[in-house]
Design a protein. Structure first.
Length: 201
C-alpha cells in the first residue's frame, strides 16, 4: 500500500502519522458491517461540549443500497465525483446547531462534530481503511434527498474504503495524489505563552 506518513518534528502516534486523504479506492472491496460499526463507535466516544453529542452521521453502503449511495454521490461536487465513484461507502457528518438539553444555540457543535469525524478517521486507519473528507458537496441537495432536519447543518461528506494502487486515480489528479503531504511549519500555528510566540523545544 502506498503510504504518505506525516513528516513530524518528533515522534507522534503512528495512526495519526499514517492517516491521509487519498483518492485511489478499491471499487471491489466493500467494508464489513462490523468495521462500519467500529467507525461509528469511535466517533460516538468523542468528547463534546456538555456531552451533548451534536454529531449525526449518515452512511451509504453501495453494496447494501446502490440507489441511496447514488443519491448521496450525486450531491458531491464534480471534481470529487471523479474519484469518489470508486468508494464503496459514503458518509455525511451533520451537526446539531442547538443543544439537546435546552434548545439554545450550540456554538461548539461544529467543533465537536469535527472531533467525532477525526476519531472515525483514526479508527479507519487502524482498520486499514482510508477516509477522505469532503467539503465539496451540495448541502441543500443532501438535506432534501435525505430529509435532514433544519437544525442539523451538513458539515462534510466522506468516502470510506480500502486503498488500491495509484493507477485508480484519474491521470490529471495523480499529481496531487503523489505529492508529499505538507503543513505550515509548527511555529506558525502553535504559540507559547502569547500570540505569535512560537512553541519551541
Ligand atoms: C472539512 C474538509 C473538507 C475537505 N474538502 C475536500 C474536498 O472537497 N475535496 C477533496 O479532494 N479533499 C477535501 N478535503 C481533504 C483535504 O484536502 C485534506 O485533508 C488536506 O489536504 C490534508 O491532507 P491529508 O488529509 O492527506 O493530511 C477536505 C478536508 C476537510 C477536513
Amino acid at each position: 500500500m502506498f503510504e504518505k506518513n506525516a513528516d513530524t518534528a518528533t515522534a507522534i502516534n503512528r495512526l495519526l502519522a499514517r492517516r491521509w486523504s487519498g483518492r485511489a479506492y478499491d471499487r471491489d472491496r466493500g467494508v464489513a458491517r462490523n468495521d462500519l460499526v467500529a467507525l461509528a463507535e469511535a466517533a460516538r466516544w468523542a468528547p463534546s461540549c456538555y456531552g451533548d453529542q451534536p454529531w449525526r452521521f449518515l452512511f451509504w453502503d453501495r453494496n447494501r443500497d446502490e440507489g441511496a449511495w447514488r443519491r448521496a454521490f450525486e450531491c458531491l461536487g464534480e471534481l470529487n465525483q471523479r474519484w469518489a465513484e470508486r468508494a464503496p461507502v459514503l458518509a455525511a457528518v451533520c451537526s446539531d446547531q442547538r443543544f439537546t438539553s435546552n434548545d439554545k444555540p450550540n456554538r461548539w457543535g461544529a467543533y465537536d462534530s469535527g472531533a467525532a469525524a477525526m476519531s472515525l478517521c483514526v479508527q479507519a486507519t487502524e482498520l486499514g481503511l482510508m477516509v477522505h473528507q469532503m467539503g465539496g458537496f451540495d448541502a441543500e441537495r443532501l438535506r432534501a434527498a435525505f430529509s435532514i432536519p433544519d437544525r442539523y447543518a451538513p458539515m462534510a461528506m466522506m468516502t470510506i474504503g480500502y486503498q488500491v494502487d495509484q493507477g485508480a486515480v484519474p491521470a490529471d489528479l495523480a499529481g496531487r495524489e503523489l505529492a508529499p503531504r505538507q503543513r505550515r511549519p509548527l511555529d506558525e500555528s502553535f504559540f507559547d505563552g502569547g500570540w505569535g510566540i512560537p512553541l519551541r523545544r
